[in-house]
Each structure stands twice: as C-alpha cells, then as structure tokens.
Design a protein around this ligand. Structure first.
Ligand SMILES: [Zn+2]
Length: 391
C-alpha cells in the first residue's frame, strides 16, 4: 500500500517548493507522485501531515569512514599540518575498534537522513561495513606519493586496495596536490579516463599548500623533513597548487575538489577558462574544526559553479550530518537561500556520483529517501531544525 506524506513545504529539488504538497511513496521507497494540496489524486487518502519541510535524502560527497574511531581525538583549530601529523600518529589501532566505530558512523549517517556517501579510503578496512550498509557508497581509494620515482609502486598498491571494493562504485584518486607527484597524477588520470570514473581530491585546505607551490616555503617543508621525505626535485611553481596540478588531469575527467578553504577567485576563473568538469565540495564544519575558517562560498555561487557538501570524517567533525553543514552555511552566509543550498545537499552530489537516476530529488520512479526538516520557518532552517528520516 502506498503512503502519503505532507508537510508545510515539499521541496522536490528539481522543481519549485510546493506549499502543503503531498508525496506518494510505495512500500519499497519508490516515489509514485508529487501533488499540490487538494489534488484529485490525494482526495480521501490517509495523509501523514507534518510541520516542516520534506526533502529527498541527503548526499554526503566527502567522508573518511575509516577515521571514525578518532572522534574527539584531535583538538580543534590546530591548523592542517599539525592535524595531519596527529592523524598519522594516532590512527592505528586494532581492526575491531576501527570496524565498531565505522558501523556506528554508518548508522549515524543513516539516522541523519543521508542516503549516499562519497568515501575516501586508504585501506580495505571499510569494505565489509559498506557491503552490509543500507547506504550507497562510492569509495575513492586515496593514493599518496610525492616522490616521482614512487609513482608506479604507489599506484600498484592502490589497485590492490581498490580490488577489495565493488568495482562499479570505486575509483582510485589523488589525496591532495601536496601529496601526489605529477607522475602519479597522470597514472590516476589514465585510469579514470579508461574506466570513466570520477576523482575526488582535497584542494587548498590550508594557505600553506599555496605557499609550498608558489614559493617552495612554509610549514610543508618542515612537514616533509619530519617525515624524512626528500623533495629536492620539487620546484617552486610561482602559482597556486590548483593551477599546477589541474593540467596533469584530462579536461573532461570529472573531479570533485574538496574543501577549497583557500581557493581564490582567480583559481575559480582558471578552472572555468579551461572548461573543466569540476564540482566543488564544501565541508564547513571540518574547516572550522581544523583551520577555524571557511571558504569564500559567495565567489563560487557568484560564478554559478556546481557545489556539493561533505562532512569529512569524525576526526575533524563532531557529527556526520549534512543538516549541520547546511546550518553552518546559513549562519555564516545568511544571503543564501535553502532552495539553492538544498541542491548542494542532494541532487548535485547524486549527479557527481552518477546516481541521479535513483537519488537526489523527489521525482516519480526514484528511490531517493525522504527527510522531514522540523522547526523550520517558511522555507528557512532555524538553529533548532532537526532531520527526521521518513523513509
Ligand atoms: Zn578529507
């Protein structure tokens, strides 16, 4: 039997919000119809009425499930480099601990109305959790290797890790501009082109990254020294990291650039001029956690670029909740409207992950999950808004 849900507003995302709209859903979660109030299709039907906004399930395009056991382990606002050093020093523990934390994180994502996740992995440890999960996962197997001579061995290692995940929903990706050599970027791009899969790369998460590329100076030099890595071959590029590494990738390789905390308007222009297939992912709560600052979101909006949202991991966030990311964005950028940002939280991520046939909008035939946002004011969130999963 089909179920009918109504709320103060229904936001289909691919269409305009409908005041007092009604959503008809089959038992298996398939949307059967979206109706205005008083439509003949819903006359005399038992309707579950709610105060608030009905949206599709959320898509979280950036997470690291395998760092879930590090919740609260790293103090806030250390800056990126001390944060990375602490992750490297503290991440290893026994596999049972990691698995238990990942299962709890997977449940947290589900309970927070998230239906699909783009998840970075350095190992195969999250494969069993993903196999058992009710969520859709795309795994980005993350490869690091700044020394050019290591490129081929690092890529072979990543292939072995990727082999532990479902092939159709995994890709090998570069960790970040400062941790991947030109040679390794090219191997990753060749594979992405051959398999027609997307990449997801951390981008300009610290000003130190730009300083490394512009002048070969700043805290990254100490970071590599402490790791015993020789970066003699790396030359100052006299331009930001993004300008340096994007040309290593084919123009049409779909790339998610994650964080973009220190991305300047000229960097956005650069990407635009090259006609690249780039989607920008913001993880505002992680940026506040690590660096205590936010990306200049208004620049990306102004130039009409495609935006998605991510939570990053529990090592750099108090919760895995897209609604919490939306609240932070609206608190800091009050000029933005939820009818725009809800696209970042749903359909844009679904399109990037190649799952928009099923997820990301309330449309007949899709099974996108259905969320109720409570304690809203008109079409706006309030600090008290919560997410309740209806389906
Ligand atoms: Zn990340």
């Amino acid at each position: 039997m089909n179920t009918f849900f109504s709320a103060t507003y229904v936001m289909p995302v691919t269409g305009k919000p409908i005041k007092d709209g009604v959503v008809e859903v089959a038992d298996d979660g398939t949307i059967r119809g979206i109706y205005p109030p008083h439509s003949d299709a819903v006359a005399r039907k038992p309707i579950h009425n709610h105060a608030g906004i009905i949206t599709p399930g959320f898509v979280n395009t950036h997470c690291h499930l395998e760092l879930s056991h590090m919740k609260g382990a790293i103090p806030k606002q250390t800056g990126l480099i001390p944060f990375l050093q602490r992750v490297m020093a503290q991440r290893s523990t026994d596999e049972d601990n990691i698995t238990r934390a990942m299962r709890a994180a997977d449940k947290e994502l589900y309970d927070n109305g998230i239906v699909a996740v783009g998840d970075h992995a350095n190992t195969g440890v999250s494969a069993s959790v993903k196999k058992d999960s009710k969520l859709h996962y795309h795994t980005f197997v993350e490869v690091l290797g700044f020394e050019p001579e290591m490129a081929s061995s690092k890529f072979t290692e990543a292939l072995a890790v990727a082999g532990q995940f479902d092939k159709a929903t995994s890709s090998i990706t570069a960790h970040a501009p400062y941790s991947v050599s030109k040679e390794l970027f090219k191997l990753i791009d060749d594979e992405a082109q051959r398999r027609r899969v997307p990449l997801s790369v951390h981008n300009q998460e610290s000003e130190a990254e730009n300083r490394l590329f512009r002048y070969k100076e700043g805290p990254f030099l100490d970071f590599y020294r402490a790791l015993g890595k020789d970066i003699t071959d790396f030359k100052a590029q006299a331009r930001n990291s993004l300008h340096t590494v994007m040309p290593y990738l084919s123009v049409d390789t779909p790339v998610l650039l994650v964080h973009n905390t220190f991305t300047a308007a000229k960097d956005i222009f650069f990407v635009e001029r090259q006609g690249r297939n780039v989607t920008w992912c913001f993880c505002p709560n992680a940026n506040l956690y690590i660096e205590g600052t936010l990306p200049r979101i208004q620049h990306f909006v102004q130039y009409g670029h495609t935006i998605t949202l991510g939570t990053d991991s529990l090592a750099s966030n108090d919760c895995l909740c897209i609604l919490a990311e939306l609240k932070t964005i609206h608190q800091h950028f009050p000029e933005l409207s939820l009818t725009d940002t809800i696209q970042w939280a749903t359909i844009n991520g679904a399109r990037f992950l190649g799952i928009a046939e099923e997820f990301g909008s309330l449309e007949r035939g899709k099974t996108p999950g259905i969320n109720l946002l409570t304690k809203t004011r008109g079409l706006d969130l309030t600090p008290e808004t919560e997410v309740v999963r209806l389906i």
